[in-house]
Design a protein around this ligand. Structure first.
Ligand SMILES: C[S@@+](CC[C@H](N)C(=O)[O-])C[C@H]1O[C@@H](n2cnc3c(N)ncnc32)[C@H](O)[C@@H]1O
Length: 272
């Protein structure tokens, strides 16, 4: 299917700079990307041929995480760095099980938010906000969040494949802590992010390539990733490569989970 760019492209985009959101869209089989994004994606895939599989694996972790949260009775979701809508968006997964589930999508990318808003036009229980997740106060005090979510009740904050776009480790920890502090007890924080622990030279090269995009990439090792969950109780199986997080089908995990090059975990905010 060919969708003409002028039909969906917000004004003010720099067509010379690849966008991490649009590159991800391309890898997941979407159509909201430009020539510069596709050219970048091809170079990244030449460097690391498993990249499309890695991204789909990460997306499957997100689906399982939402299923787990629904099983715990969670029906409010704040999806930070939600990306351009594609197959299996959080509100679709959640509202299939709990039709009244409420979802707010947050992204700084204009294409991601324009398309999320369009998709949600007729959905009274989901909304999209263009904002920078690194400023938790702006997100949490936004009209969109306050109208859609009841922060006095448990909420799941999702940070799937996004914190590797925050360079500084202390800042990443402070961001997670700020959201955690704003949540009611029994809320959850889901994080997945890229690691160099298993990615080798190919991973190094792809990270260098991402310097050309609007979102330079910072890998975190297992200890750095684990520190993001300070003040939260890790849910079993703890910090693992994303395919190892409660696989539901044989397709979810193979004998080389480390090839996902991403850690995933879920933490719960304790009562005290
Ligand atoms: C790799 S995509 C992940 C999409 C989705 N969360 C998933 O797991 O499939 C990362 C998204 O994070 C967004 N992003 C990166 N840094 C951000 C920031 N500081 N604030 C909000 N969104 C951000 C990008 O625009 C992109 O859409």
């Amino acid at each position: 299917m060919l969708v003409h760019e002028s039909a969906w492209m917000p004004t003010g985009l720099d067509p010379e700079v690849p966008s991490a959101a649009r590159v991800y869209d391309y890898f997941l089989g979407g159509y909201h990307n430009l020539a510069i994004d596709r050219e970048f994606a091809h170079r990244a895939q030449e460097t690391m041929p498993d990249l499309p599989v890695i991204l789909r694996t990460s997306r499957r972790f997100l689906r399982r995480a939402v299923h787990y949260l629904l099983d715990q009775g969670i029906t409010q979701f704040l999806d930070l760095g939600s990306g351009i809508p594609t197959a299996g968006n959080v509100h679709e997964i959640a509202q299939e099980v709990a039709p009244h589930a409420r979802v707010v999508y947050v992204d700084r990318d204009s294409v991601a938010i324009a398309h999320s808003a369009l998709m949600l036009e007729k959905n009274a229980n989901a909304a999209a906000l263009r904002a920078d997740l690194r400023v938790p106060r702006d997100v949490l005090r936004s009209e969109v969040v306050l109208n859609m979510l009841d922060l006095s009740q448990p909420v799941a904050v999702l940070m799937s494949a996004v914190l590797h776009f925050v360079e500084d480790d202390a800042e990443a920890q402070a961001i997670v802590a700020a959201y955690r502090n704003a949540l009611a007890a029994d809320s959850y924080v889901v994080i997945s992010q890229g690691t160099q622990d298993s990615a080798g030279e190919q991973g190094e090269q792809v990270i260098r390539l991402y310097d050309e995009t609007d979102s330079p990439f910072t890998a975190r090792d297992r200890d750095q990733f684990t520190r993001l969950f300070k003040g939260l109780e890790l849910i079993e199986p703890g910090v693992v490569y994303v395919p190892q997080w409660r696989p539901e089908t044989p397709e979810d995990v193979d004998e080389h989970p480390e090839r996902s090059c991403a850690y995933g975990a879920i933490g719960r905010k304790p009562l005290y």
